[in-house]
Design a protein around this ligand. Structure first.
Ligand code: SF4
Ligand code: SF4
Length: 57
């Protein structure tokens, strides 16, 4: 399975993706979103919710 990837250059650390992820797979580390692939179920929600489009397939 392929997982979403956060572009750390673009991530503003707003935390929206952390809030929307139903699997609690995203946390902020040093102000940047980090996706835990062990928890991610590839639902795609975070991709659409990131206000700056920093999460890609
Ligand atoms: S929603 Fe986007 S900008 Fe905000 S923390 Fe997540 S990846 Fe970063
Ligand atoms: S694809 Fe879904 S489960 Fe995976 S990190 Fe994004 S919101 Fe969470």
């Amino acid at each position: 399975m392929e997982y979403p990837v956060v572009n750390k250059e673009e991530c503003t650390g707003c935390g929206v993706c952390v809030e929307v992820c139903p699997m609690a797979a995203i946390e902020l580390i040093d102000g940047k979103a980090q996706i835990n692939n062990e928890k991610c179920r590839n639902c795609g929600l975070c991709l659409g919710e990131c206000p700056v489009g920093a999460i890609k397939d």
